[in-house]
Design a protein around this ligand. Structure first.
Ligand SMILES: Nc1ncnc2c1ncn2[C@@H]1O[C@H](COP(=O)(O)OP(=O)(O)O)[C@@H](O)[C@H]1O
Ligand SMILES: [Mg+2]
Length: 299
């Protein structure tokens, strides 16, 4: 795909105004939401015949934090590039009306037909399906040295000319030589002091677990029932299990989904506490969408 830089700074500012409004009003009106993850929204731009996807990254007071995020994402891209194709990705920052630096990821908008999620809907499930074999290979290869991990959920890829293209770059999974997740700049600074130890542990725990091949396969498998594609679960597990000493079972995946649902609920309540604290005590706008990725609602 040839990719033209698709938005001017003015357009990003306009989009950011709409995002700020959506955050204030807890409504996505005026935004074209493509997908809802745990903390962010992927937005299509422009309104008519959109060609780009814009994802707002973590917003903090310091412009240096934006650059630190960009640096990590660039590093993540270069670490993953040997193993999987990466969507063309622009890293852009603007200064908003509020004076804050707002970092964005801008990518080409893959048409629905090219999303792995869509191909799984129309194709017949099989362990030999090229999407399954390509994802299996990408997970094994990218995780082999333990220094980075793919977020292997099927929903994070496009399928272009028989190749997987990875586009979920907002939260890089990178590890030091002891297997510990590298600290995420900015994120903890903006939390109430009292919540920091809990959340640091939670974030670190998740990040550390994501480093393992089994965990990455499990996340990939979990993403199937979440998009209503249970029928792909057994074929996918059969392919993944070829690479695991301790095989994944359908039962484990279902148990994990229930647990994840409970954990996410706790996390979202913590975020709401954090938001109440930021807005009520510190009198600052709360810059993160609290999404319910199961129901697609903002909370
Ligand atoms: N470049 C893109 N083209 C088309 N759809 C996209 C693109 N990037 C993201 N999406 C849609 O938005 C969803 C969420 O985006 P993603 O980058 O995976 O972020 P996260 O999962 O961290 O919220 C994706 O699962 C996909 O449906
Ligand atoms: Mg994703």
């Amino acid at each position: 795909m040839t990719y033209e830089p698709s938005l001017s700074d003015e357009e990003l500012k306009e989009l950011d105004r709409r995002i700020a409004k959506a955050l204030r009003e807890r409504s996505v009106e005026g935004l074209q939401v493509l997908g809802m993850g745990e903390a962010g929204l992927a937005l299509a731009w422009p309104d008519d015949q959109p060609t780009a996807v814009v994802k707002r990254l973590w917003v903090s007071d310091s412009a240096a934090d934006a650059q630190a995020q960009f640096k990590r994402i660039r590093e993540y891209i270069s670490r993953l590039a040997p193993f999987v194709e990466i969507a063309p990705t622009e890293l852009r920052a603007i200064v908003a009306d509020s004076g804050r630096t707002i970092p964005f990821i801008v990518q080409p908008l893959y048409p629905k037909e090219q999303l792995v999620e869509h191909v799984l809907e129309v194709d017949e499930p099989s362990s030999d399906h090229p999407i399954v074999t390509s994802l299996t290979e990408a997970i094994v290869l990218s995780g082999a040295d333990g220094r980075q991990a793919l977020d292997g959920q099927f929903t994070n890829f496009a399928w272009v000319e028989n190749k997987l293209v990875f586009f979920d770059l907002g939260s890089p999974f990178m590890y030091d030589e002891n297997g510990n997740a590298e600290d995420v700049p900015g994120v903890l600074d903006s939390l109430p002091t009292i919540l920091r130890p809990v959340l640091r542990k939670q974030i670190q725990g998740t990040m550390n677990r994501l480093g393992g091949k089994r965990y990455t396969f499990r996340q990939a498998a979990i993403s199937l029932p979440r998009i209503g594609q249970d029928r792909w679960l057994v074929p996918a597990l059969n392919a993944f299990n070829e690479h695991l000493d301790d095989p994944l079972t359908v039962e484990e995946i279902h148990t994990r989904i229930s647990r994840m649902y409970r954990e996410l609920k706790v996390m979202k309540s913590l975020m709401r506490v954090q938001r109440a604290w930021a807005v009520g005590v510190r009198r600052r706008p709360y810059e993160t969408f609290i999404t319910d990725s199961f129901t697609g609602e903002l909370t």
